[in-house]
Write a protein that binds this ligand. Sequence first.
Ligand SMILES: [Zn+2]
Length: 328
Amino acid sequence: MSQVTGMGQVYPWQQAVWQQLQQPRLPHAIMLASPAHSGVEELAGALAGRLICTEIQSDTGLACGQCRNCKLLAAGSHPDVFSLSPAADSKVIKVDQVRDFVRQMTLTPGIARNKVAIIWPAEKMNLAAANALLKTLEEPAGDAYIILASCEPASLLATIRSRCQKYTLAVAEAQIVDTWLEAQDYPAEQRQSAILAARGLPLSALEYLQQELLPVRRSVGVALLKSARGQLGANQVATEWVKLGTELGRPLVWLWLSQWLQDIIRSRVSKQAGSDPIATAVSDTRPEYSLDKVIHLQKLAVAGYRSQDTALRQDLLFQQWLLQWVQE
Ligand SMILES: [Zn+2]
């Protein structure tokens, strides 16, 4: 368990749900269900700020940032706001974390009018942790609010879900994301490519721009085309992609391969041109491939994506995939 740092924020695509959260009597167990890479943890932070601030801004509904509670929250040292996330050495939220927090919740009154816990990502609670939370969700102390933020709400126990009031955030509209990126001075062409690469998920699109990932993604597409034309050998490409995977620290090459193939499958099934120019170029180099073959390659790419943290050798996996890709 740790204190929450920062004040959170409300992104433009979260405004509709933020308005719903302005109601005078909020439920004590709140689930924020959101698409990935859309800043739901920031929204949870903003709500926590609202629940403890003494001078809420009347126009935005946001915490003031100036009162004693806000200053403590911003410094990460507010005693009444808790955050439950997987510890650095763990992939799950454990039962001890939940028990610690329940104990804190029921201890002496705090300094703010409410106590708030943010559980993020809520689906990372293991079974014991979820069960330990159930009773608190049933009978929360009068001034306690529990905010469960999740991008995979269906993975939560049904008994947990049924005890929360659910607020569902929709996928951000492309136009809203584009305007948001424009306000950060990114040119139109880059914005469009980033939104496309990020499949519309706003914080992922921003990451493509900030980390300059678009040219890297394009270079992977070019290598794929050249290997299809016999201009690059599988070994050479595989070596390059392994190096890239290490540099990126994430299996993005596999992600891109699976996304392009997904696009090809979609456009073949719907008989409509895809929107991603790289996927279209890739598809054009292998028009004779059956849908089954493309689906098979896509599944292999997904398996490759999941193999990143395993002992499997990435160079061999890429080679195997490329050999199947170039094999006519
Ligand atoms: Zn304040």
